[in-house]
Write a protein that binds this ligand. Structure first.
Ligand code: PMP
Ligand code: GLN
Length: 379
């Protein structure tokens, strides 16, 4: 069979988690929390299933959840979003990204992505007949040179994908970045796909600079988020897309033929969670900051150079003082010989930079983080 994605193999997350299980290593590779979903949410889900709320939801999502999402972004970002024609509930952020990309990309269109880039963007662009145009960012700052972005824009450019807080670099976009982005997308009439799945995990009192805060930028944007990150339920695959109504019309045309609708009982349970347990969202940044600080402190005596983590639940380590190995080989060595599974940064690049950097996930219990740090400090 002629593959539509000939250069793609198994995702790095599946590969590293597989190796972690095979070698009994501490798994700090694939990003998922070790701790459980809040009791309230689990109970509500079980209740709705038990009560027989088990048939198709409306394609765009149930109204109470759309309304709670709208209330959430009003509270957090002072954004006025119509629940019924701007919010679509999806089966994870992955579906929302896929549908947003498909709905704007025509054959031959170019979409600008920043490397290191989350792994689902490029296949979605290529399946839509588009081409990903890569802008490589380098350790330790991962700063965007907006003049370079401008140089890459041409008649075929259709959109720019941003991700803040950023997986895997753990950097956040600053106001100056959003100002530069806005200038470019208005000047060249481009769309923005803004992956904000870690929106509630920003550190050191930094507010999350959502595209939703800026009406002019939002006017041409699809803003994507995930309940998996916010409520420690990555396995539920529940997310959403917020877009202006004109864009939402197109988004929903595709969404209805990708999944039609998303898991009904979870939609009701998540609506209740947002309505009654809003404090969970507001305490998430502090919760993860504590974990970041715990891991950073435990690695202080290691020979790794710890890069700053401004958000997400990831921490980057530069290992160039420890080894000459490339990062894929270094991660294989770590998982097989040291008992730590991590993610090599090069897999997030079209053209790797040669940086010797790995990513650790710190959404783990303190004991797990300390046990991992102890092993890493022995290197
Ligand atoms: N975007 C980024 C940057 C992510 O890290 C993830 C989760 N790994 C996703 C999208 C996908 O989220 P979901 O699991 O809700 O599909
Ligand atoms: N987003 C998670 C990560 O970055 C993994 C998601 C997946 O396994 N596809 O590790």
């Amino acid at each position: 069979m002629r593959s539509k994605l000939p250069n793609l193999g198994m995702s790095i997350f599946s590969k590293m988690t597989g190796l972690a299980n095979q070698y009994g290593a501490i798994n700090l590779s694939q990003g998922f929390p070790e701790f459980d979903t809040p009791e309230f949410l689990k109970r509500r889900l079980a209740d709705y299933v038990q009560q027989g709320v088990n048939q198709y939801a409306p394609s765009a999502g149930i109204a109470p959840l759309q309304q709670q999402i709208s209330a959430l972004v009003k509270r957090r970002y002072q954004a006025n979003i119509n629940a019924d024609d701007m919010v679509t509930v999806t089966s994870g952020a992955t579906e929302a990204l896929f549908v947003a990309i498909q709905s704007i990309t025509r054959s031959g269109d170019e979409i600008i992505v920043f490397d290191p880039a989350y792994d689902s963007y490029k296949p979605a662009i290529e399946l839509a007949g588009g081409k990903a145009v890569h802008v490589a960012l380098s350790a330790p700052g991962y700063m965007i040179d907006w003049a370079e972005v401008k140089r890459l824009i041409n008649d075929k450019t259709r959109a720019i994908i941003i991700n803040t807080p950023h997986n895997p670099s753990a950097k956040t976009l600053k106001l100056a970045d959003l100002t530069s982005l806005k200038k470019l997308v208005i000047q060249h009439d481009l769309y923005v796909i803004s992956d904000e799945v870690y929106e509630h995990i920003t550190f050191d009192e930094q507010p999350h600079l959502s595209v939703l805060r800026d009406p002019e930028l939002f006017e041409r944007s699809f803003v994507v988020s995930s309940f998996g990150k916010t409520f420690h339920c990555t396995g539920w695959k529940m997310g959403y897309c917020i877009a202006p109504s004109k864009l939402t019309v197109e988004f929903r045309k595709l969404h209805q033929y990708v999944t039609f609708s998303s898991f009904t009982p979870a939609q009701f349970a998540l609506a209740d969670m947002l309505a009654e347990e809003g404090a969970h969202v507001d305490s998430l940044a502090q919760f993860y900051q504590h974990k970041r600080d715990c891991l950073v402190a435990a690695l202080a005596s290691s020979r790794f150079q710890v890069l700053p983590s401004e958000g997400t639940y990831f921490l980057l380590l530069d290992y160039s003082q420890l080894s000459e190995l490339g990062d894929v080989a270094f991660c294989e060595y770590l998982v097989k010989e040291i008992g730590i599974a991590a993610i090599p940064l090069s897999v997030f690049y079209d053209t790797p930079t040669g940086d010797r950097v790995i990513r650790l996930c710190f959404a783990k219990e303190t004991n797990t983080l300390l046990a991992a740090a102890e092993k890493l400090c022995q290197l």
